[in-house]
Design a protein around this ligand. Sequence first.
Ligand SMILES: NC(=O)c1ccc[n+]([C@@H]2O[C@H](COP(=O)([O-])OP(=O)(O)OC[C@H]3O[C@@H](n4cnc5c(N)ncnc54)[C@H](O)[C@@H]3O)[C@@H](O)[C@H]2O)c1
Length: 378
Amino acid sequence: MAKELRIGLVGYGFMGRTHTNGYKRVNDFFPELEYRPVLQAVCGRTEEKAKEFADQWQFNSYETDWRKLVARDDIDAIDIVTPNDTHAEIAIAAAEAGKMVLCEKPLARTAEESQPMVDAVEKAGVANTVWYNYRRIPAVTLAKQIVDSGKLGKIFHYRANFLQDWTISEDLPQGGAALWRLDAKAAGSGVTGDLLAHCIDTAIWLNGSIKDVSATTETFIKERMHTQTGKVEKVEIDDACLFHCHFENGSLGLFESTRYARGHKALYTFEINGEHASIRWDLHDLNRLEFFDHSDDSKVRGWRSVHVTDGDQPYMDHWWVPGLSIGYEHSFVHQVADFLKSLEEGTSCEPTFRTALETAKVCDAVLKSAAGRCWQDV
Ligand SMILES: NC(=O)c1ccc[n+]([C@@H]2O[C@H](COP(=O)([O-])OP(=O)(O)OC[C@H]3O[C@@H](n4cnc5c(N)ncnc54)[C@H](O)[C@@H]3O)[C@@H](O)[C@H]2O)c1
């Protein structure tokens, strides 16, 4: 007997669409799931736009104040897809109202702001998860299975990049719709919380906790027009961030992110070098996992490019026939599927708020290290 999970979505931008697509598709491709998401209500501040989104994506209703949404008896789970400065207040209110909470990353602007969110969901005992969706790209999940199998042996290096180029123009304003990422008050930080947070979440998942960091950040354009005040204001986000670190397992990490790498749109890559084998992955070719195994016959030894589309590879038995690719949006379908499965099984859906707090602490340490020009413990 199917159980309904009535979703209240706060925000209807980029992530509003990826999540809604996930809710709509999940039962078609994961028919074994007991729970069925119901698009009960979407919330946005502008009535016309909220209604338009509700009509286009077939939500049953809409609200213009998230407090009303949280107070509704016909909502089981609140999904937060708004800018980072709003996550904490909405999540805490939702947990206090007894709702499950799904929250976009980063959990909040800082670890200090994130901690009460963890406390609130744990005190209320409500299911919670954070959308670090890259974990659920099949090639990345396969990387996790390979690392956990011990095939890499002792790990020496972890390397990750997240490169974009969309903020190079000096004419780009900061703040407001679509550009809130350039406004530190809304975003908390620049590339560190926005892009490196993804790299850090994946890194901790694959390679364990980060002990300490040494970072450099740069703000290349110091002042930009603010769309809300109409004035030229100081830019307080990090446009670029480089850091290296020690992991608890003794390996070294090297991370770089910028929005000033001309030619790169969303180049998220990582590589792990172990004693016996290495793996690397590239978001621009997301179905492939590259694998080097030193135990192969030396005459044919080399990097293998594994097309992760076969039925015995993670999630792929739910999609097409072997050899046919899936895309970015499927990682969100997988996160919804795993969340629903966790409800059935009474387990938690990783990363939980508590897990995501660790990433927030690393981000804080990175920014503190850069500001103080020193090594910083996490
Ligand atoms: N997992 C990922 O890969 C990924 C990718 C992009 C963004 N994100 C995260 O998702 C969140 C949203 O980012 P986005 O790219 O969708 O942003 P966006 O600007 O496209 O959309 C934000 C939405 O929030 C709405 N909003 C803002 N304040 C609101 C309020 N007080 N009440 C109701 N609605 C409000 C806006 O109107 C808009 O609909 C951010 O936290 C961001 O870091 C995650």
